[in-house]
Design a binder for this molecule. Structure first.
Ligand SMILES: [Zn+2]
Length: 225
C-alpha cells in the first residue's frame, strides 16, 4: 500500500474536498467548460491564480510558463504550447478576457540579468521573450526588478496583439487584455492602466486593467522614474 505524501493528498481530495464540488464538476462535464478568462501566468509556485481571483472550477483557462511570456505569433507553427493555448482559448472557447500575470521576485526576470546554466538551452532561448524588459543596470535592485517585471507584462500584451484572432476580437470589443503584476509579499495585484501608462494597485483601480490596447503607442512604461 503506497503511503507517500502525494497519494495521501489525492485520497484526501477524493474523500473530503471533491464531495463539495461534485455537483459543479458534473455540470461542467455535462455542459462542457465555458471559461471566460484565459490566464497566462508565471509557473512560480507562489502565484496561485485561484486564490487571487477567487475563481472556482470551470472559470479560468490556465496556461503557465517560466516568466508568463507570450511567444511571438509565428507562422512556422512549431511546438508552441502557449501559442496553442491562446488560439484554443480565443477561437474555441471564446474567452472574453486574457490576463497576463507576472509577479514580484520573478526568477525568470532575475535570470535575464544572470548567467543561465549552459545545459538549459531551451530555457536560455525562452528567456529571450523577456529580453526587451531588461533595464540597463548590471545588478538590479528591488526597484529595477519591479520595473523589469512590469515592463515584461506589457511586452507580452503587445505580443498578444500580434495574434490575428486576438487583435480581431479586441478590435471588435469582444475581448479585453489585462496586465497584472502580483506582489507576493503584500498579496496585492497591480493592474496595468493603459491610459496612465503605469501599474495601479487593484484596490485603487477602477478596473482590472485597461484593455484593449488599441491606441497604446508606447510599447513599454518608461525605464526608470
Ligand atoms: Zn516568475
Amino acid at each position: 500500500m503506497p503511503t507517500d505524501e502525494l497519494v495521501q493528498r489525492l485520497r484526501r481530495f477524493r474523500e473530503h474536498a471533491f464531495p463539495h464540488y461534485r455537483a459543479a464538476f458534473r455540470e461542467l462535464v455535462a455542459d462542457g467548460q465555458r471559461p471566460t478568462t484565459l490566464f497566462i501566468g508565471c509557473s512560480d509556485s507562489r502565484l496561485v491564480p485561484h486564490l487571487l481571483t477567487g475563481a472556482g472550477p470551470g472559470e479560468l483557462f490556465l496556461v503557465r510558463n517560466v516568466g508568463a511570456f507570450v511567444p511571438p505569433y509565428d507562422q512556422s507553427f512549431g511546438f508552441h504550447g502557449t501559442a496553442a493555448a491562446i488560439e484554443f482559448a480565443v477561437l474555441s472557447l471564446g474567452v472574453a478576457r486574457i490576463v497576463v500575470c507576472g509577479h514580484s521576485h520573478c526568477g525568470a526576470i532575475r535570470a535575464l540579468y544572470e548567467q543561465v546554466p549552459e545545459a538549459a538551452q531551451n530555457l536560455r532561448r525562452w528567456l529571450e521573450l523577456g529580453r526587451d524588459a531588461v533595464l540597463p543596470v548590471a545588478q538590479p535592485g528591488p526597484e529595477a526588478m519591479r520595473r523589469s517585471e512590469q515592463r515584461s507584462v506589457v511586452l507580452q500584451l503587445e505580443r498578444l496583439m500580434a495574434y490575428p484572432m486576438v487583435r480581431e476580437r479586441v478590435e471588435a470589443r469582444a475581448l479585453t487584455l489585462h496586465g497584472w503584476h502580483y506582489v507576493i509579499e503584500d498579496g496585492e495585484v497591480l493592474v496595468f492602466d493603459v491610459d496612465r501608462g503605469r501599474f495601479v494597485a487593484a484596490a485603487a483601480a477602477g478596473h482590472a486593467g485597461t484593455g484593449p490596447y488599441l491606441d497604446y503607442d508606447e510599447p513599454l512604461p518608461p525605464p526608470m522614474p
